[in-house]
Design a protein around this ligand. Structure first.
Ligand code: SF4
Length: 61
């Protein structure tokens, strides 16, 4: 599974961080960082995060 966040769209609302904290997090500067190739065990969380993102900025490939 590959995850990409469209940074032109993302406004760091952090919904994904709450939904899939193993994959998405905020760094010390409140910038979004994430695993681009998370382990398969996190697929459900990532799919839920993609649905939860208010801006639909999370793209699964
Ligand atoms: S929920 Fe969407 S807009 Fe918010 S930080 Fe995550 S990807 Fe960005």
């Amino acid at each position: 599974m590959q995850v990409r966040v469209d940074r032109a769209v993302c406004q760091v609302l952090a919904q994904c961080v709450f939904t899939a904290p193993d994959v998405f997090e905020l760094d010390g500067d409140d910038a979004l960082v994430y695993l681009a190739e998370p382990p398969e065990e996190f697929r459900d969380d990532v799919e839920q995060a993609a649905r939860a993102c208010p801006l639909q900025a999370i793209i699964l490939e």
